[in-house]
Design a protein around this ligand. Structure first.
Ligand code: SAM
Ligand code: SF4
Length: 319
């Protein structure tokens, strides 16, 4: 079992399979980076899988594939199948912008993917275009429906930003209600790569807008999830991810692996250790030691509560 120095059990790994993306979201990658990591520096799926196996043997029970945009990486279904075959009861999930899903959702589900979180920041084509800097809405909506049809459990992720999509919170919530998909609003996390002018809505501002139309009860933070959940009178539950809350990190259960092999203990900080050489040398003992070291060094909490921005790129860590 992996336990950090604050007695938190670490049983969840987020694996970013590429930093590249087909969107240029204002809050994540508004401009194309000066250069991409060269392909030869990226771990192959077999190499990533070697490390994931070590994590699973040490007690990891949930793997989420993310990016950049994970669907840009070829043969993703084969990677999913490797993980699924190694431990069929693993909680195997993905986060995607959904644009390429219509073509691949079925293949991913058949390979063993169980759950998928799809980003949906606006239901207005022009606003979605403004945020992603590309005409995306119809493809994303089609991707959401396709994922549902093939039997994946779908959640919707949405980042409310003042003056951008802040008047769409009820519409996004009602999209979730009518499609029977939980919506999770994510407080915008300040980072040095985002559009400098962005101002995110706080959890209380989001709740105030929802409260104008709905009554809800506070269900608290769910075990193993970063979301604070609320329940409408109808029984529908929605979540808010509140990284600015002082106690947000109290139950953190995750580490992150990038496509380049950096193992990252916390989304906010720059600290990381590379597992690339040990995996490429076949030194799995060393890779296991690095895993335990990174878990041990997990910081107690992020610094978003003090309004500082992170210098980590979300498209590298996978959010
Ligand atoms: N490309 C995929 C997508 O957009 O869903 C996966 C990668 S993306 C980095 C993962 C999640 O991080 C998305 O739900 C996205 O909305 C969220 N995200 C990215 N930058 C963020 C920021 N600055 N603040 C809050 N959430 C952010
Ligand atoms: Fe791409 Fe996702 Fe970042 Fe948007 S949030 S730029 S879709 S990685």
């Amino acid at each position: 079992m992996l336990v950090d120095s604050f007695n938190r059990k670490i049983d969840y790994i987020r694996v970013s399979v590429t930093e590249r993306c087909n969107f240029r979201c204002q809050y994540c990658m508004p401009e194309k980076p000066f250069s991409w990591v060269p392909k030869e520096n990226l771990l192959s799926f077999e190499e990533l899988f070697e490390f994931i196996k070590i994590g699973i043997d040490e007690g990891i029970s949930k793997v989420r594939i993310t990016g950049g945009e994970p669907l840009l990486r070829e043969d993703l279904d084969k990677f999913i199948y490797l993980i699924h075959s190694y431990k069929p009861d693993i909680d195997l999930a993905m986060t995607t912008n959904g644009y390429l899903l219509p073509k691949v959702a079925e293949k991913l589900q058949k390979a063993g993917l169980k759950r998928i979180n799809i980003s949906l920041d606006s239901l207005i084509p022009e606003v979605a275009h403004h945020i992603a800097q590309k005409s995306v809405l119809s493809e994303v909506l089609e991707g959401i429906q396709k994922a549902k049809r093939v039997g994946l459990k779908v959640k919707i992720n949405s980042v409310p930003m003042a003056g951008v999509n802040s008047e769409e919170i009820l519409d996004i919530l009602e999209f979730g209600i009518s499609n029977d998909m939980p919506v999770r609003f994510i407080e915008y996390m300040e980072n040095s790569f985002a559009n400098r002018e962005l101002v995110g809505l706080t959890s209380s501002e989001i709740l105030e807008k929802i409260g104008k139309r709905y009554s809800f009860t506070d269900e608290g933070v769910e075990a193993g999830s970063p979301s604070h959940y609320y329940k409408l009178e109808s029984g529908y539950r929605f979540g808010i991810i509140e990284p600015h809350r002082d106690d947000f990190c109290t139950h953190c259960n995750r580490i992150r692996l990038t496509a380049e092999g950096h193992l990252i203990p916390c989304l906010y900080f720059d600290e990381a250790m590379s597992i690339k050489d040990s995996i490429r040398d076949g030194n799995l003992k060393k890779a296991g030691e690095i895993l335990r070291e990174v878990v041990k060094n997990k910081p107690e909490k992020n610094r978003w509560d003090s309004q500082e921005e992170s210098s980590r790129a979300f498209y590298e860590t996978g959010g």
